[in-house]
Design a protein around this ligand. Structure first.
Ligand code: PAF
Length: 282
């Protein structure tokens, strides 16, 4: 497995593979890899000849006072996990390599898709994500890029960017990977103390019960949102950032559940903010 720190060298390497007609898959990550990331790598291996995994804790997608400094990092462990999955290359640039001191170009998807949910609670977050992903796509030249459905809004925003700006690649969405007890895998789970880890199970439980209510015939989005909140609030340490239901394609508001919907949660346990979601089709 090759490890690249410099943009020029990985870009040349990827160009060479493209010239040889190889299909490149990119798995963008911020490291501290877990089973969810490894599933993205496996899916990429199934679809592509060459799999590149980027590891970069992207400063521009963190707001002031967020967890950029304390975001977990373990490069040695990440690379040994990726060796085992037969990834072909890791791209792990420094922040200085990615953002030159006079950096001043941004890629921003505007509208409801970026102003709701995490866009409302984390202003500027998606601008950081789309900018870094546009850079990663230009550097690694992937045919396919793999993203987890856990970050449902992120995937929607990135797909919009690809369409609007005619990026010559496709995104493959990979389903959420959960721990045995239902907690969605996240690099931030290690930041939970034992009690918060236990209480965090309420996210998946709330989504499951709300889905069951919809399947049993409830069509009123407002009532489902109340149900989600009631269940989450039964955990004393849970502090809801949002518990929302929107159209699954464009995050439009809905009153009646009469199409595919996204139920999306963001809940804080102390300083740790977790997200989870579920797509439901009626
Ligand atoms: O989902 C993530 O880990 C990040 O937002 C991404 C896509 C790697 C961009 O920094």
């Amino acid at each position: 497995m090759r490890i690249f720190k410099e943009i020029q060298s990985i870009q040349n390497w990827c160009k060479e593979h493209k010239l040889q007609g190889r299909k490149i898959g990119l798995v963008p990550t911020m490291g501290y890899l877990h089973e969810g990331h490894l599933e993205l790598v496996r899916e990429a291996k199934r679809h592509c000849d060459i799999v590149v995994v980027s590891i970069f804790v992207n400063p521009t997608q963190f707001g002031a006072g967020e967890d950029f400094e304390v975001y977990p990092r373990d490069f040695e462990r990440d690379t040994s996990l990726l060796e085992r999955e037969n990834a072909d290359a890791v791209f792990a640039p420094t922040a200085e390599e990615m953002y030159l001191s006079d950096f001043s170009s941004w890629v921003e998807v505007t509208g409801e898709i970026t102003t709701k949910l995490c866009g409302a609670s984390r202003p500027g977050h998606f601008r950081g994500v789309t900018t870094v992903c546009a850079k990663l796509f230009n550097i690694c030249l992937p045919d396919l890029a793999f993203f987890g459905q856990k970050d449902a809004q992120q995937v929607m925003v990135l797909e919009k960017m690809l369409t609007d700006l005619n990026f010559p690649l496709q995104i493959i969405r990979v389903p959420i990977v959960r721990e045995a007890d239902g907690l969605a895998m996240s690099s931030r789970n290690v930041c939970l103390d034992a009690e918060a880890r236990e209480q965090a199970l309420v996210l998946n439980r709330a989504l499951g019960q709300a889905e069951r209510a919809i399947k049993d015939g409830e069509r009123d989005a407002a009532r489902i949102k109340v149900l989600l909140r009631e269940i989450i609030e039964s955990s004393p340490r849970a502090e809801i950032d949002y518990a929302e239901i929107y159209d699954a394609y464009d995050l439009a508001d809905i009153q009646q559940i009469d199409r595919k919907i996204l139920m999306a949660l963001a809940v804080k346990f102390g300083k740790t903010r977790l997200i989870d979601n579920r797509l439901v089709e009626v």
